[in-house]
Design a protein around this ligand. Structure first.
Ligand SMILES: [Zn+2]
Length: 182
């Protein structure tokens, strides 16, 4: 696993496998996890599993549940019901088992399960580490309701609200301007 900011990008990419950006009214967005092969490809791309790992339909179902529960605890997420976010996340995390591994200069949680479950457990470890290292709040949902793209807030004070100022930020500003004018 890379630096902490890389880990934030992996998490954001995980959330965006359900792309909620609306291209037209009532667009439900795009689900990128449709088959266990989709999940396999995604986990492999982020080096969370080995090429030989098997990913099942149950893994896919769990991945989607993990994604939904974790999305609820994104700190600025006003779009999803945040109630019970932590308890449902904990319930999902309880499905995984870990061991603690000490090396000379650090300690880490190691998934005990194999295949697809180990990949999902590694994602759980990412969430654990980002929260423990006080970086979780750097994951944000774009404030534009028709976007909701998940991004990593690189602004120094951590006050970023839009995925890109160019698109969503300007759109929001123009809207406010139009509303003021009207
Ligand atoms: Zn946006």
């Amino acid at each position: 696993m890379g630096t902490e900011y890389d880990n934030l990008e992996v998490m954001a990419d995980f959330f965006n496998t359900h792309d909620k950006r609306m291209r037209f009214e009532n667009d439900p967005g795009i689900e990128h996890f449709n088959t266990s092969k989709d999940l396999y490809d995604w986990l492999l791309k982020h080096q969370l599993i080995s090429e030989k790992a098997e990913v099942t339909d149950q893994d896919l179902e769990l991945a989607i549940r993990l994604r939904t529960a974790a999305r609820k605890i994104i700190v600025n997420n006003v779009f999803d019901e945040q109630d019970h976010g932590l308890s449902s996340l904990n319930e999902i995390i309880n499905r995984f088992s870990f061991s603690i591994c000490f090396t000379e200069d650090q300690e880490s949680l190691q998934p005990l399960q194999t295949d697809g479950m180990s990949g999902l457990a590694r994602l759980a470890v990412l969430i654990f580490e980002l929260r423990k290292n006080k970086l979780w709040h750097r994951i944000k949902v774009c404030s534009a309701a028709d976007c909701q793209w998940v991004f990593v807030d690189h602004s120094r004070p951590g006050t970023g609200r839009w995925c890109t100022m160019k698109a969503c930020g300007n759109r929001a500003k123009n809207k406010t301007y139009r509303q003021k004018k009207a």
